[in-house]
Write a protein that binds this ligand. Structure first.
Ligand code: SAM
Ligand code: GLN
Length: 302
């Protein structure tokens, strides 16, 4: 079967109303093994019509113009070639906020919201969360979400990728927190300065943690489209934890907290690395809603 939609698909009377276009779009996507064909068809038709997905259901019998049909068919074609929906629409929701995304950034994952949630639950009597450092901010999803929740927080967000930081800046402006987030380009702690030692109450990071050899086994949607820089965690997937744990305590304040996303139930391994660093209390591990170990939290030893 050709990846391109046929001209006859365009003329297909089944594309005429919203209801029919959704059904046809769903069929076309499921023929290509897309995992959530209905949802994707809805999001893409919503994008073609410039309306929210929920709004489609208020006008199911509405007739689509040729222009909208052409646009929808083109979007379906991209999806059938494996492009993630978020890159096609340029948007993904995280923490109930709409984030701009491009192929230069990892598409923020719902399980990463747990990182934000856990950070916000750190009791104020323990640490104020006035100064936060995010390493590897990507789209800025974590930093921007935290900034919207803590009006008193100032955030420093780094990334090795200058292109990712451009996307993160757009998101900070979009959500009105650009004055409280400073974006710094460079390798992990490299963009920080001497005077940042002991400065941060909270350090938060969703590092690349896929073992290099497993990248080729990831779903093609991830492997072929998302930045390798955002995924590759070295031979055992733990390179970034080792590097971060080597320096984190130097930049954290007295009883500052380190909050890390982890993958593949690597809680035990990452906890061992935290303990081996000798600069943190025994860490806590939190599971995501799928029941998988997802977040490690460690408090710096004073
Ligand atoms: N924080 C975003 C999120 O949770 O959706 C993105 C996380 S993504 C897994 C990891 C991020 O770390 C990517 O944006 C990548 O560019 C960045 N990164 C990779 N290596 C880095 C390094 N050596 N120093 C700083 N950032 C790095
Ligand atoms: N959660 C990502 C995945 O779906 C991996 C992101 C990361 O390495 N932090 O594979």
């Amino acid at each position: 079967m050709s990846l391109e939609l046929e001209k006859s698909d365009l003329a297909d009377p089944e594309f005429v109303t919203v209801r029919a276009a959704l059904r046809r779009g769903e069929d076309l996507l499921s023929q290509f093994g897309v995992a959530s064909p209905r949802l994707d068809a809805e999001v893409l038709l919503g994008h073609a019509l410039n309306c929210r997905r929920e709004d489609l259901y208020r006008g199911l019998e509405g007739v689509l113009t040729h222009e909208v049909r052409d646009r929808f068919v083109a979007l379906l074609g991209r999806r059938r070639r494996g492009e993630p929906v978020a890159y096609i629409t340029g948007e993904r929701e995280f923490w109930s906020l709409a984030f701009f995304v491009t192929p230069q950034v990892l598409v923020p994952r719902p399980e990463t919201e747990l990182l934000v949630e856990v950070a916000l639950r750190i009791p104020a009597r323990q640490v104020s969360l006035a100064r936060i450092l995010e390493i590897g901010t990507g789209s800025g999803a974590i930093a921007v979400s935290l900034a919207t929740q803590r009006a008193d927080a100032e955030i420093w967000a780094t990334d090795l990728s200058a292109a990712a930081l451009e996307v993160a800046r757009v998101n900070a402006r979009r959500h009105g927190v650009e004055k409280r987030i400073r974006f710094l380009q460079g390798d992990l702690f490299a963009p920080l300065r001497e005077w940042d030692l002991g400065f941060f109450d909270l350090m938060i990071c969703n590092p690349p943690y896929v073992p290099s050899g497993e990248i080729e086994h990831l779903a093609s949607e991830i492997r072929q489209w998302e930045p390798r820089l955002a995924l590759d965690g070295g031979v055992d997937g733990l390179d970034f934890y080792r590097r971060i744990l080597g320096d984190a305590h130097r930049y954290l304040s007295g009883a500052g907290f380190l909050v890390l996303e982890i993958g593949g139930d690597s809680g035990t391994q990452v906890s061992r690395l935290v303990e081996a660093a000798g600069t943190f209390r025994a860490p806590a591990i939190y599971r995501d809603y799928g029941g998988r170990e997802r977040v490690v939290v460690a408090e710096r030893l004073p």
